[in-house]
Design a protein around this ligand. Structure first.
Ligand SMILES: Cc1ncc(COP(=O)(O)O)c(C=O)c1O
Length: 300
């Protein structure tokens, strides 16, 4: 395996080059996807929305009874130190906590020591055509898991469901896939939340549609309140989505990406919509302000 981008890995507090970084084949993250993770990014060494990511990491871990190997302050400290050693302008940061290595058994109560892994790599700008021209998505045949199965609100290492949906998208030549829940309503993308715009109103499925509470999604809902935008959480069907004026996806690293075609259906004018663009501009202002205040709060 060759890693193109400048990368450093931190395993249990030790900063390593990618080729030196390895965990046991007995690790339950590898064997069963028995792990939780977060993805954030940094700008000039300042982590983005780090407290929200820590909140979600703790919630995910608590929902599956996985003890986090470090306290949140220590995780943030390790993150800042590792990114500083990487020394790049922008970085992608993946925080992984596994239940660790032990006997081969599904039983999570058996003796094992959790592993903490940080993967920090240089982050390049996303292709500008995503934003200027929009992307084409398909609706996956594979459905989102029920909340009583592997709960989609837990950001666990068990992403096979989403991998299969992405495989369908790639098979079709699309950018990514939108997943429906067991009731046939829209839940989310494989690694993003989905929004529609109808008559100037922004709508995203509620958490009980079976999805990950995205941090970008939450920031936009808060932004909507502050800016007096009409925003709501409501279920919508794939047919309603295809008839929307605008559709877009949101995630930390992608921000806001317009979706201009779903399956064979062109959305609206087939161009990124004015509301999507406006919201993205507001979100980018928020990002700039956030980095500035976090830089001083974290003393970086
Ligand atoms: C399944 C899923 N939904 C939504 C998101 C978007 O979340 P966020 O905005 O916190 O990046 C992600 C992020 O990777 C995800 O994996």
């Amino acid at each position: 395996m060759t890693i193109k981008d400048k990368t450093l890995v931190n395993i249990n507090g030790q900063i390593l080059k990618p080729e030196q970084a390895s965990v046991s084949v007995f690790d339950r993250g590898f064997l069963y996807g028995d792990s939780v993770y977060e993805v954030t990014m940094t700008l000039d060494g300042v982590p983005f929305m780090v407290e929200d990511h820590m909140d979600r990491l703790e919630k995910s871990a608590s929902k599956i009874g996985l003890p986090l190997p470090f306290a949140r302050e220590e995780i943030v400290r390790q993150l800042i130190t590792t990114v500083k050693s990487l020394g790049v302008k922008k970085s992608y940061v993946r925080i992984v906590c596994t239940r660790g290595a032990g006997e081969i058994t599904l039983d999570p109560t058996k003796e094992q020591t959790g592993n903490f892994i940080l993967i920090c790599k240089e982050l390049h700008p996303n292709p500008s055509h995503w934003y200027d021209k929009g992307v084409w998505m398909v609706i996956a045949d594979v459905i989102k898991k029920h909340q009583r199965a592997t709960d989609p609100s837990v950001k666990s290492g068990n992403y096979l469901n989403n991998v299969m949906a992405m495989a369908e998208a790639k098979q079709a030549g699309a950018f990514d896939a939108i997943m429906l829940n067991h009731q046939g309503m829209v839940s989310e993308g494989t690694t993003s939340n989905i929004w529609i715009v109808k008559d100037g109103k922004f709508i995203t499925p509620p958490l009980d549609a079976g999805l990950l509470g995205g941090i970008t999604r939450k920031s936009l809902l808060d932004l909507g309140k502050n800016q007096n935008l009409q925003m709501s959480e409501a279920n919508f069907s794939p047919e309603e989505m295809k008839k929307a004026d605008e559709v877009f996806l949101t995630s930390t690293t992608k921000e806001i990406v317009p979706i201009v075609k779903i399956d064979d259906q062109v959305i609206g004018s087939g161009q990124p919509g004015v509301n999507t663009r406006k919201l993205h501009a507001l979100y980018q202002d928020l990002m700039v302000k956030h980095y500035k205040s976090e830089k001083s709060r974290l003393n970086i």
